[in-house]
Design a protein around this ligand. Structure first.
Ligand SMILES: C[S@@+](CC[C@H](N)C(=O)[O-])C[C@H]1O[C@@H](n2cnc3c(N)ncnc32)[C@H](O)[C@@H]1O
Length: 330
């Protein structure tokens, strides 16, 4: 079995920004390998508790191993942070008074590098990209909403227009139309089942179009793969669903920290924080407030915190990370 390896990004920055104290209770909504969670448990020693959530059963197993010495100070739930309020309520007898919530979005290195998961164009694997491969026999006994939409299904069944739409909107891919046309042509010939097949199709489009052939700053398939992953896991909608719930379950004085890895997610977090830190959302030409909106948050990070050069050298994945933190005031 492949080892679950993942280096947590912006680790010191997260711990500092969450302003943790001994005895604080924390939710890590994306526990992954438990790297951030371990530092959180150290910062809240001796009796702070942690509820860790992840969609991926492999992450839950990895976090259980990482945190084993913290025994009864943590509890893990396999599920989506889109259900963070429900999961928190279901564990109310274990912990209440939530002082901090962390969402470290995206894919762990383990998921990315495990070719069976189909997230990467660097290795040949099945086109999957689900955080929870719920049709894996070991998951079928779970009686939960299953994650059945794989990247393979999208690529082989969605219309040309739908494919172009996701490549453009979720990948900001300039050759979105050409790539979707090439996929439709290829799938008339043969089913597209592997990451390599898809990466080759995208690369061929770039070879035809781009003047500076083979001199690309990033691999031509990067944006297409990002778009597909977002669509498979409904990532933007999931984040939009989770943020208001996270604010609701935080205690006043508690902090919410979100690390994002691309501009679409960062924009959602930024706009949500801005909106929730304003007392009135009426257009400026209204003579008086009609919305009665009250600020619930104070923004702690006016600009997102990014990784240092040292961290970027040691962990290139941290280059695109942006950390935003807000304090619940009401
Ligand atoms: C960047 S990793 C987190 C790494 C973690 N902070 C650590 O220190 O090891 C992101 C994790 O979020 C999980 N994830 C993605 N979408 C999720 C969702 N909707 N609900 C719960 N977990 C999710 C992934 O399975 C992955 O394990």
């Amino acid at each position: 079995m492949k080892l679950f390896q993942h280096t947590p990004v912006l680790l010191q920055e997260v711990i500092h920004a969450l302003n943790l104290k001994s005895g604080d209770n924390v939710i890590d909504g994306t526990i992954g390998g438990g790297g951030h969670a371990e530092a959180i448990l150290q910062a809240t020693t001796p009796n702070g508790k942690l509820l860790g959530i992840d969609l991926d059963p492999d992450a839950i197993q990895a976090a259980k191993r990482t945190l084993r010495e913290y025994k009864d100070r943590f509890i893990l739930e396999q599920g989506s942070f889109a259900d963070i309020k429900l999961i928190c309520e279901a564990n109310a007898s274990y912990m209440q008074n939530i002082c901090a919530i962390l969402l470290d979005l995206g894919v762990s290195s383990y998921q990315f590098e495990n070719k069976e998961r189909g997230f990467s164009f660097q290795a040949t694997g099945p086109l999957d990209m689900r955080f929870w491969q719920s049709d894996d026999p070991k998951n079928l006994k779970e009686n939960r909403a299953l994650q059945t939409l794989s990247a393979e299904r999208i690529i082989n069944t969605w219309s040309e227009a739908m494919l172009a739409k996701i490549f453009k909107e979720y990948g900001e891919e300039r050759y979105a139309r050409l790539i979707s046309r090439a996929i439709i042509n290829e799938r008339k010939r043969i089913r597209i089942e592997t990451t390599k097949q898809l990466a080759d199709i995208v690369k061929a489009v770039y070879m035809r179009k781009s003047r500076a052939r083979q001199n690309w700053r990033i691999h031509p398939a990067t944006r297409t793969f990002q778009a597909l992953r977002i669509a498979v896991n409904d990532e933007l909608h999931t984040l939009e669903t989770a943020l208001p719930q996270a604010v609701e379950i935080l205690k006043v004085g508690g902090r919410l920290a979100v690390i994002s890895f691309h501009s679409l997610e960062d924009r959602i977090v930024k706009h949500f924080f801005q909106k929730e830190s304003k007392d009135c959302l009426c257009p400026s030409f209204f003579p008086a407030c009609r919305c009665q909106h009250a600020a619930r948050l104070k923004i702690i990070t006016k600009k997102p915190i990014t990784s240092s050069e040292n961290e970027q050298r040691a962990n290139p994945r941290s280059r695109s990370a942006k950390l935003r933190v807000a304090l619940k005031i009401k």
